[in-house]
Write a protein that binds this ligand. Structure first.
Ligand code: UD1
Length: 352
């Protein structure tokens, strides 16, 4: 598998992933609608890959389009076919991803996430491409479990997570229907944060972010005055919620490991948690951020956020044993790299 389609390749995870794949000699077709991301991210990827112009033009082709229109996807596969560089595999990241927005605008989420994926697999079958890595989420797990492995109970509580579960089911039914053809990996992400250590790639959320790391950055930069911590009465070591934060570069490397594994095996479908296996409280995260970056993060306590859980940490035994996944970057690295990205790009990619 050398020629890959990366859907959503210019987003937070996609841009870091494209860089790693290019450096590992993959040739990429990126398909993105850019509704939630910026073309500048891919310019940065090109610069960081340090390829000459010919090499980069040969190995990174960008297509703009909405995957709800089947023709958009067909065009990419046809282009690859006509240029004798057929797509061997797909990493499907493109998705709407805000929990809050999914509750307010369920039709957008069901429409975008499901129809896009249906179209994608239909076109993949048309072009005899049967390898896919799907970006799923730890938010699909039932909420009363602290330490989850891939067999833990699934019980999504909002449309965003529901679309992830339905897509996993869709992929399972396709696997069953085409015996002996598909290789499918659902990667269940925990909490990706941080940025590329160059400070050139990072998270550039549009609108008002709800997740903790972009909010810490907004407080550190003075854009908002205080970080509101949702609950100080959780049954944890300091009363704040525990999560499994993973450096976005480790997460991206997990995809590379999954691809390498797919290359070795017979057709198969599997689910793999991508986290670190280490839990960090909100207060610990804030303190590390302050220390490594020498900044102050004023905090205040708020009541618990609806739908939150006290603790969610990955059991990554399967990722370790099966795909040789050993995340190496610490919470300190995540905080340092994330802040460096902000300092280099206070407006995100916008002013480029
Ligand atoms: C959230 C989503 C989840 C999604 C994930 C990654 C919810 C209920 N869950 O998970 O479905 O997959 O993001 O995008 O929204 N916190 C604060 N103050 C803040 C923001 C967050 O104290 O301003 C706390 C939360 O209570 C939690 C931790 O920080 O304990 C992490 O929150 P967040 O970054 O939103 O991630 P999750 O809740 O794990």
């Amino acid at each position: 598998m050398k020629n890959l389609l990366i859907t959503g390749g210019s987003g937070f995870i996609g841009s870091h992933l494209c860089l790693i794949l290019l450096k590992n000699n993959y040739s990429l077709y990126v398909l993105d609608s850019f509704i939630n991301s910026s073309y500048e991210a891919l310019n940065r990827v090109k610069a960081l890959a340090k390829f000459d112009k010919k090499n980069i033009d040969n190995n990174l082709k960008v297509f703009v389009g909405d995957m709800r229109d089947k023709k958009t996807i067909d065009n990419v596969f046809r282009f690859a076919y006509e240029n004798n560089k057929r797509i061997d595999g797909v990493i499907h990241l493109a998705s709407l991803k805000s929990v809050k927005e999914s509750i307010e605008k369920p039709i957008d989420y069901w429409g975008n996430n499901i129809i896009s994926t249906l179209n994608l697999v239909e076109i993949m079958i048309k072009y005899n491409c049967f390898n896919i890595v799907f970006s799923s989420s730890a938010s699909i797990y039932q909420k009363d479990q602290k330490f989850v492995n891939e067999e833990s109970f699934i019980n999504p509580l909002h449309p965003y997570a529901e679309t992830k579960v339905i897509i996993e089911k869709l992929l399972k039914s396709i696997f069953n229907a085409y015996q002996g053809k598909w290789k499918i990996v659902n990667l269940r992400y925990f909490n990706p944060i941080g940025a590329h250590s160059s400070g050139q790639l990072g998270e550039d959320p549009k609108g008002d972010p709800n997740n903790i790391f972009p909010r810490i950055i907004k407080v550190a930069s003075g854009e908002i005055k205080k970080l509101y911590i949702f609950g100080n009465d959780w049954p944890t070591r300091d009363g704040s919620g525990i999560r499994d934060y993973i450096h976005v570069m480790d997460l991206a490397e997990g995809h590379l490991k999954a691809l390498e594994y797919l290359n070795l095996i017979e057709p198969k479908i599997l689910n793999i948690n991508l986290g670190t296996g280490i839990g960090t409280t909100v207060i610990e995260l804030v303190r590390v951020f302050e220390k490594v970056n020498n900044v102050k993060i004023p905090i205040a306590y708020e009541k618990r956020r609806n739908g939150d859980v006290s603790e969610l940490v990955a059991d990554i035994s399967l990722a370790k044993s099966l795909i040789n996944f050993f995340p190496s970057r610490s919470i300190q690295d995540m905080c340092k790299d994330g802040w460096k990205w902000y300092l280099n790009n206070p407006e995100g990619y916008e002013n480029n």
